[in-house]
Design a protein around this ligand. Structure first.
Ligand code: SAM
Length: 288
C-alpha cells in the first residue's frame, strides 16, 4: 500500500492522506482555499517587490508555491521568484503532479512539474530548488536572512512535533530577512511560544475553513494583535513548547519531554483557561 492516498476536500480539490502521520495534508474543508487564503494572502508576498525569495517548508503537493506563483504571475507577469522548497518524500510532489493536482494553478503547473522531476528549474522568472530529506537537516542549506516569505506547513504538532520545536523554529527564523514574514496554519500556544523564543513577533491570520486563526510572525511587529483569549493562552501550560536540542528526537521523546516540563511548570493549567473561556478540548493546530 502507498503511504499516502488521494483524499477529496470541500472545495473540489484533492489532497493526500498519510497513513504514517494519520493526517490529511490539507484541511478537509478545502486544499485550494487553504493554500490561497491561509498561506499566500496573509504572507504579503503578492505585494512585495521582485525578486522574491520564498522558502516553502514541507512542500508536499506543492500547493502553497503553486498558488503563490500563479496568483503573482497573473497580477505581475514580470515578477522574478527564487524558491527553496523542503520536503521529506520526493514521491509526494511527483504523484501530485501526475494526478493533475496543480491544474488549478495553470501558470505554475508545468514549471513545478519539472521541479518535481528534476529538483531544480531555472527560467527567466523562476529559480526553484527542491531539497529532499528531513527539514531539520536540509534547512541548514538555506542562506541566512534570505527569505522574504516562509510558508511553514508541517503536519500538526501532535503528529510531527519535530518541525515545531524551539530549536527547529530558531533555524527557520534565521532564514528570514529582517523585513520577511512567516505564515502557518497553526495557532497552538506551544508553536507561538517557540516562534516568540526565536525573537519573532506573532499575530493571528484570519480564520479560513474553521473558527480558529493561523499565525503570522515577523521581526518588526505591526501585525494584528492577539486577542485577550489568545494572549492568556500563552501564559498557560499549553504554551510549553517542544524541545529538540539534538534536532534528532523522535515523536515520543518530544512529547515525553514536553509533558515532563509541563509537570514542573508553574504556569496556569490550560484546563483553567479553557474553563474560563468555555472552550472544548480540541487544539487549534490540526489540519481538520
Ligand atoms: C501538511 S503536509 C504539507 C502540504 C503542502 N504544503 C502542500 O501544499 O501540499 C506536510 C508535508 O511534510 C512532509 N514532511 C514530513 N516530515 C518531514 C520532515 N521531517 N522534513 C521535511 N518534510 C517533512 C510530508 O511528506 C508532507 O508532504
Amino acid at each position: 500500500m502507498e503511504p499516502w492516498s488521494a483524499f477529496p476536500t470541500g472545495d473540489g480539490s484533492f489532497t493526500f492522506y498519510s497513513s504514517a502521520f494519520q493526517s490529511t495534508f490539507h484541511s478537509v474543508s478545502g486544499a485550494w482555499q487553504e493554500a490561497e487564503q491561509k498561506f499566500v494572502a496573509p504572507s504579503g508576498l503578492l505585494e512585495a517587490p521582485s525578486p522574491l525569495h520564498v522558502l516553502d517548508i514541507c512542500y508536499g503537493l506543492g500547493y502553497n508555491s503553486a498558488a503563490l506563483l500563479d496568483t503573482l504571475w497573473r497580477e505581475r507577469p514580470e515578477s522574478k521568484v527564487d524558491l527553496i522548497a523542503l520536503e521529506l518524500e520526493l514521491e509526494v510532489p511527483q504523484s501530485a503532479h501526475q494526478l493533475g493536482g496543480l491544474k488549478h494553478w495553470p501558470l505554475a503547473e508545468s514549471v513545478l512539474g519539472r521541479l518535481a522531476s528534476n529538483c531544480e528549474v531555472k527560467t527567466d522568472r523562476l529559480h526553484a530548488q527542491l531539497m529532499i530529506g528531513d527539514a531539520r537537516k536540509t534547512i541548514l542549506g538555506v542562506p541566512r536572512q534570505w527569505a522574504d516569505g516562509i510558508f511553514l506547513d508541517p503536519f500538526s504538532p501532535e503528529c510531527c512535533p519535530m518541525l515545531w520545536s524551539v530549536e527547529f523554529l530558531a533555524l527557520v527564523a534565521q532564514c528570514l530577512k529582517p523585513t520577511g514574514t512567516i505564515v502557518t496554519y497553526a495557532a497552538s500556544a506551544a508553536v507561538r511560544t517557540a516562534l516568540k523564543l526565536a525573537g519573532l513577533v506573532v499575530g493571528p491570520t484570519p480564520p479560513v475553513g474553521r473558527r480558529t486563526p493561523g499565525t503570522i510572525a515577523n521581526w518588526q511587529g505591526g501585525l494584528p494583535p492577539l486577542s485577550r483569549q489568545e494572549s492568556e493562552h500563552l501564559q498557560t501550560t499549553a504554551a510549553v513548547p517542544f524541545r529538540d536540542p539534538t534536532l534528532e528526537s523522535d515523536v515520543e521523546t518530544l512529547h515525553r519531554r514536553r509533558i515532563d516540563e509541563q509537570r514542573l511548570s508553574t504556569l496556569e493549567p490550560s484546563s483553567h483557561w479553557r474553563k474560563r473561556w468555555a472552550i472544548g478540548t480540541g487544539t487549534a493546530s490540526d489540519k481538520s
